[in-house]
Design a binder for this molecule. Structure first.
Ligand SMILES: NC(=O)c1ccc[n+]([C@@H]2O[C@H](COP(=O)([O-])OP(=O)(O)OC[C@H]3O[C@@H](n4cnc5c(N)ncnc54)[C@H](O)[C@@H]3O)[C@@H](O)[C@H]2O)c1
Length: 488
């Protein structure tokens, strides 16, 4: 059985890469001309980026640098464990009209930085390896943009916090959901004080059996790679709540279990049991979770065609016993503001989206995305916002909208990331390692609760972590109007 995707650069065979690389014509040997400083049309220097981890998510950054923001940005290097995906990324550069950047094996990361001199390293590897590249990039003198989650374990978080203090380099974490128009709209309403200051929050996040199941097929299915859904997925959700509240999480209590994506469930659904992967499964005609990588051009090009390099199968059986992440999770969080969060994450739901309610001193804000209309089908991405004052009639509010991935949030975020002088942002959506840590640590604390059954105090997990910077929120000390005499 092939090994799961390697989580350490050292585990990659460099000689095999170089052999493969020369076959593929990768630019592992750099000429001085390849590292000349690029300039934008007006002669202003373009910021130099390297991307480490050239899988699915990296494409958004590559297209931003080489197409949408090419006047301000230049892609100077690529780095990955997998020479096949490196070559694919180089081909993408050619299609985008960029100067095809040189490619480096993961073990040559420092050599890449020395040779190509990026200003900023974008980290889009699997979650469990983020800390390694963030720390190495900062130690080599680069700033960092990291995909969420910042990292997956407290000791890795500590390394990042220490490296940030040691080097003074910046570390940005791309929480794209903050930028999605409905989420920004909710922040705007909370900042306005219409529902007063917030005392508690109820958030329920649903993944359906297509998207949700996919986490159990991929590298995410193992905590060493992803931190489980409590870190990989919920870091988005905890960050939203932290940012919406302008609060710092202090303590966490949680329970979690895997009850759906199990060998027993395979048998309950009429299969003989779990198998290795879809590609070799003897029961594909009876399994509605079957994925044919060869029939999907994107999955084929990104993963199936490069399996031989790293043994990573993108279609592993979602019922296999070796999975060690949860599919059903409940978490309670207490904040420094006194607010409390009750959160659930469910990965086998009938619809995809979330419902959240903020309970404030003057009323309640309800918000949902994707919820089915009564008697109707779930509406993908459809947002609702309502404000219900204490003892007053509910007010439906037309949510702000956007176009593109994450309700248009990715586009807004990319402008904030890649424009040389982005517009001032009263919502302070740009996040650094403090916010990255504050959200991921809730998930790590929850993971610890799953094991011990004991509550976890966040400040016991990492030393020297500063509080994130948030926009001012309604005070918890100002007078509150006596509720009116409207309907009960
Ligand atoms: N913000 C979002 O909405 C969003 C969406 C998707 C993914 N992500 C994040 O983006 C990151 C990448 O996810 P993805 O979906 O692109 O995964 P992916 O599997 O498609 O790509 C990961 C890439 O990293 C490479 N890699 C793995 N280990 C490595 C190592 N040690 N050194 C160098 N390269 C290594 C793999 O070969 C692969 O090319 C993850 O951190 C994920 O959480 C964020």
């Amino acid at each position: 059985m092939p090994a799961p995707v390697a989580s350490s650069p050292a585990s990659f065979d460099r000689r095999a890469f170089l052999k493969g690389a020369s076959t593929l014509g990768l630019g592992v040997a750099l000429s001085p001309a390849a590292v000349l400083q690029g300039a934008g049309p007006a002669g202003t220097p373009r910021r130099r980026y390297a991307i480490v981890g050239n899988g699915s998510r990296s494409i958004m950054y590559q297209e931003a640098i080489e197409r949408d923001f090419r006047e301000h940005a230049e892609l100077v290097a690529l780095c990955d464990l997998n020479p096949g995906r490196l070559e694919l990324a180089r081909a993408r550069s050619q299609q985008l009209g960029g100067r095809t950047p040189p490619a480096f094996v993961a073990a040559d990361f420092e050599r890449m930085i020395a040779a190509t001199k990026p200003d900023i390293v974008i980290v889009t590897t699997i979650d469990g390896t983020h800390d390694d590249y963030i720390v190495r990039a900062m130690d080599a003198g680069c700033d960092v943009i990291s995909e969420k989650p910042l990292t997956t374990a407290p000791e890795k978080c500590q390394r990042i916090v220490d490296a940030r203090a040691r080097t003074g380099r910046s570390c940005r974490v791309t929480f794209n959901l903050r930028y999605s128009p409905p989420c920004t709209h909710v922040k705007d309403l909370l900042m306005s004080g219409e529902i007063g200051d917030i005392l508690s929050v109820d958030l329920h996040w649903m993944l359906n059996t297509r998207h949700g199941a996919d986490y159990f097929r991929r590298w995410h299915a193992h905590k060493k790679n992803s931190g489980g859904l409590m870190v990989h997925k919920a870091t988005h959700h905890f960050d939203l709540v932290n940012w919406w509240l302008g609060g710092v999480p202090e303590s966490v209590f949680a329970t979690g279990k895997r009850d759906f994506y199990t060998p027993k469930m395979a048998r309950r659904m009429g299969l003989t049991g779990a198998h290795e992967r879809c590609r070799t499964c003897p029961e594909t005609n009876r399994c509605s979770f079957y994925v044919d990588l060869a029939r999907d051009p994107t999955l084929k090009a990104l993963y199936l065609d490069h399996e031989q390099h790293d043994g990573y199968f993108r279609d592993r059986c979602i019922f296999r016993p070796s999975i060690d992440i949860e599919d059903t999770m409940n978490v309670l969080v207490r904040y420094n503001t006194g607010a409390t969060l009750a959160y659930s994450l469910n990965a086998f739901n009938s619809w995809e989206g979330y419902t959240i309610a903020f309970n404030g001193t003057k009323g309640r804000l309800e918000h949902s995305v994707g919820a089915p209309k009564p008697g109707g089908q779930p509406v993908s991405g459809a947002a609702r916002i309502a404000i219900i004052p204490l003892r007053g009639p509910a007010r439906e509010i037309e949510p702000w909208t956007g176009v593109g991935a994450h309700q248009g949030g990715d586009k807004v975020m990319l402008e904030d990331l890649f424009l040389p002088s982005p517009a001032p942002d009263k919502y302070l959506r740009s996040a650094d390692e403090r916010a990255g840590a504050a959200s991921a640590l809730i998930g790590m604390a929850a993971n610890r609760c799953f094991e011990t059954g004991q509550p976890v105090t966040i400040k016991d997990l990492v030393r020297g972590l500063g509080a994130p910077t948030y926009a001012p929120m309604p005070s918890h000390d100002i007078p509150v109007p006596m509720p009116g005499s409207g309907p009960a």
